[in-house]
Design a protein around this ligand. Structure first.
Ligand SMILES: [Zn+2]
Length: 428
């Protein structure tokens, strides 16, 4: 028995050792990626210097055409997914090739940035040995170019011939068109035909990957009270809507405020004798008198969560708290879905372990799952319920969504090599 166990350990460790060194083929991938690096920097520069704010439809399409031209040369079939005019969005770039070997991969990028043409220009500029600035360089044209660099190296070594890879670059990630069923319908349908999704949003260095992202949603609380003279507030006239709304909101915090990865924030709280709230614009006006018990209060807030289960449980508790009305009041709460969560499934975690082996083999150290609280929701969240997912394969840097956004150019080639070797391993 002991011998058997020893034998098992021996083979187990040999297996692990092999996974943590590069094969001859993988070494060729690394060299090919290095060889292509200057060309990929040119592609990055060209794409960063095209303004592609979400609402600059021509610009988004132009970036799409630039990347499509590269991907066509690498044996990909190209489609442009248009959207109805009412959405006022450019549409999405899809590039795919189909085969029979290995896992079917769905690689996610986006063509748009938060910078519209009327904002100050920030062209591609090398600031130092380690940093380059430019609009969308980190979020996420750097990630888009990493996808193309990985595909180029693999294609040139004839390693994509029998692989199934779909590259989906949305044109409105920073501000998705409504309704979402329309702007993300094709994205979700295509993703479902794959085994694994990899998101190329900004990397948090070489040693962290996102196995989870929180989802976001909203709620509206409406409370009614009996209007009356303030002197009777504790003696039978009823507590009024402001006391009741305060009780509800504070009890939410006391009951659920310590739950890990759950957060909810009342963003607007308006009560009095007369209120006029525009829920869509998230603003309004109110009037009231100190001697009148308030008849009407409205509160709106968000709710962020790590799994559908956590979201549903929180909603149930919030319903129960809302229903325990103080005398003379009644309240109701409505919930609104937003972006789903990417939950930290065992499948995602197993994939992160595989990535860690690839990273070690490349000499870049271990990879561990990052803190899900540190990322907002993203495109990958729409499909996380259907396949194993990792996000954060893109460029490292800082300042996403701010004018001085930078890319770390020292880590950039390493992230390309990692993507190429990991994709190679998954598609065997
Ligand atoms: Zn992004």
């Amino acid at each position: 028995m002991k011998k058997l166990l020893l034998l098992f350990c021996f083979y187990g460790s040999i297996g692990a050792l092999n996974a943590q060194t590069l094969t001859a083929e993988e070494q060729k991938i690394v060299l090919q990626t290095e060889k292509n690096f200057p060309q990929m920097m040119e592609l990055l520069k060209a794409s960063v210097n095209i303004n592609s704010g979400t609402f600059n439809i021509q610009g988004v399409k132009q970036v799409g055409e630039l990347y499509a031209a590269e991907l066509r040369k690498l044996g990909f079939s190209i489609e442009w997914v248009g959207l109805p005019d009412s959405l006022k969005r450019a549409g999405h770039l899809v590039a795919y090739r189909k085969g029979k070997k290995g896992k079917k991969l769905f690689l996610i990028g986006h063509l748009d940035t938060v910078f519209e043409p009327d904002m100050p220009a920030n062209p591609f500029t090398q600031l130092s040995d380690t940093t380059i600035t430019g609009q969308g360089i980190n979020d996420m044209k750097g990630g888009d170019v990493i996808i193309i660099a990985a595909m180029k190296a693999l294609h040139e070594l004839n390693l994509l011939n029998d692989a199934t890879v779909t590259i989906y670059m949305t044109g409105d990630e920073e501000n998705a068109g409504e309704p979402r069923e329309v702007s993300r319908g094709d994205f979700i349908t295509r993703a479902k035909a794959h085994d694994i999704a990899l998101g190329f949003e900004g990397a948090n260095g070489l040693n962290s990957i996102a196995t989870a992202r929180r989802g976001s949603s909203g709620w509206q609380l409406e409370v009614e009270g009996k209007q009356g003279h303030s002197s009777g507030v504790f003696t039978g006239a009823g507590y009024g809507s402001i006391y009741e709304a305060s009780r509800i909101i504070n009890t939410f915090r006391e009951t659920l405020g310590k739950e890990k990865y759950l957060s909810f924030n009342p963003g607007l709280f308006m009560g009095g004798s007369e209120i006029d709230v525009n829920l869509e614009a998230q603003k309004g006006s109110a009037s009231g008198k100190t001697n009148i018990i308030s008849p009407k209060t409205v509160v709106i807030g968000d709710l962020r969560f790590l799994s559908e289960e956590q979201k549903n449980n929180a909603r149930k508790t919030m319903q129960q708290i809302t229903a325990q009305s103080l005398p003379g009041t009644k309240a109701r709460i409505r919930f609104e879905d937003g972006i789903p969560a990417m939950a930290p499934t065992s499948g995602n975690e197993a994939l992160a372990e595989e990535l860690s082996k690839t990273n070690l083999a490349l000499g870049f150290g271990k990879v561990t799952p990052g803190n899900p609280g540190s990322r907002g929701a993203g495109d990958i969240s729409y499909i996380a319920a259907y396949l194993d997912c990792l996000d954060g394969f893109g460029a490292s840097g800082k300042g996403a969504h701010a004018p001085g956004e930078v890319l770390n150019v020292k880590e950039f080639p390493k992230l390309m090599k990692r993507a190429a070797v990991f994709i190679y391993r998954l598609t065997r």
